[in-house]
Design a protein around this ligand. Structure first.
Ligand SMILES: Cc1cc2nc3c(=O)[nH]c(=O)nc-3n(C[C@H](O)[C@H](O)[C@H](O)COP(=O)(O)O)c2cc1C
Length: 236
């Protein structure tokens, strides 16, 4: 049951010496790619690290925190908002195939094509930050008279890419939990060094570094704590 898997997942800071299967971790990364994501642009990449030298360097870049020191493998989720053009093209190609085989109507196909050919470039194109500024002021102006999409700046797009990647991270961690494996997402890291170690492009941004393994007997530091549900639940 989904609730069981959600309750079972904890952030594990100490992993046992037991090995974990590359294939199962890869399967969980495949599940990560099924996460909902903005405009289905899939502006992400996944790095599955099993190499002992790279793991050694990553441990240091993760500030030698316990989860990193004992991790058997690591998964690094990276955002790639620079890939919006090629991902748009992939969507267009896929939708054309779907239209040709009769899975989607001409109208839906035309609408989707307009979305990826016109709307996405309108939102994602950049020219030294100038287009972001123009979009921002236009949205403010039009927004005075009618509802308008306001997440139009360079920074908004970074946030959007990170939101989608975080959903992928959760898919990954829940899948790992389902298969009896444990994880710890780690914000505490030197992301510049991580990028260097993984030889990432300058446009790549580290979304989440996830330590993976099987919990040691003292791997979970305390009982789970959440503020009272009534404090965060608003029924309208
Ligand atoms: C974005 C993010 C960053 C985190 N960074 C760290 C970290 O650097 N080190 C760590 O030990 N735990 C880290 N955690 C784990 C949280 O501390 C943990 O999720 C929280 O205490 C709740 O515990 P639970 O995951 O066991 O339910 C991070 C979690 C998230 C979502």
């Amino acid at each position: 049951m989904i609730t069981e898997t959600i309750k079972k997942r904890r952030s594990v800071r100490k992993f046992s010496n037991k090995k974990i299967s590359d294939k199962l971790v890869k399967d969980c990364i495949l599940n990560a790619t099924l996460a909902p994501n903005s405009s289905n642009l899939q502006l992400w990449e996944f790095f599955h690290i099993t190499d002992s030298n790279v793991l050694h360097n990553l441990r240091k870049a993760c500030l030698s925190q316990n989860a990193a020191k004992t991790a058997k493998q690591m998964v690094v989720i990276v955002t790639r908002k620079d890939l919006w053009r090629s991902r748009s093209k992939s969507n267009i190609k896929f939708l054309f195939k779907e239209f040709k085989n009769g899975s989607i109507s001409k109208k839906s196909h035309e609408k989707a094509k307009t979305y990826y050919n016109r709307i996405v470039p309108l939102l994602y194109s950049e020219f030294f930050g100038l287009l972001s500024l123009i979009r921002f002021f236009l949205a403010q102006l039009v927004g005075l008279f009618r509802p308008i999409y306001r997440q139009v700046t360079f920074i908004d797009k970074r946030i959007i890419a990170h939101k989608s990647a975080a959903l992928a991270a959760q898919n990954f961690m829940l899948s790992m939990s389902y298969f009896g494996y444990d994880t710890c997402p780690m914000e505490g890291s030197d992301t510049l060094r991580v990028k260097k170690i993984l030889k990432l492009s300058s446009e790549s941004e580290i979304n989440m570094i996830i330590a993976c393994g099987i919990e040691s007997h003292d791997g979970v530091y305390s009982k789970r704590f959440r503020v009272p549900f009534e404090n965060v639940y608003n029924y309208i």
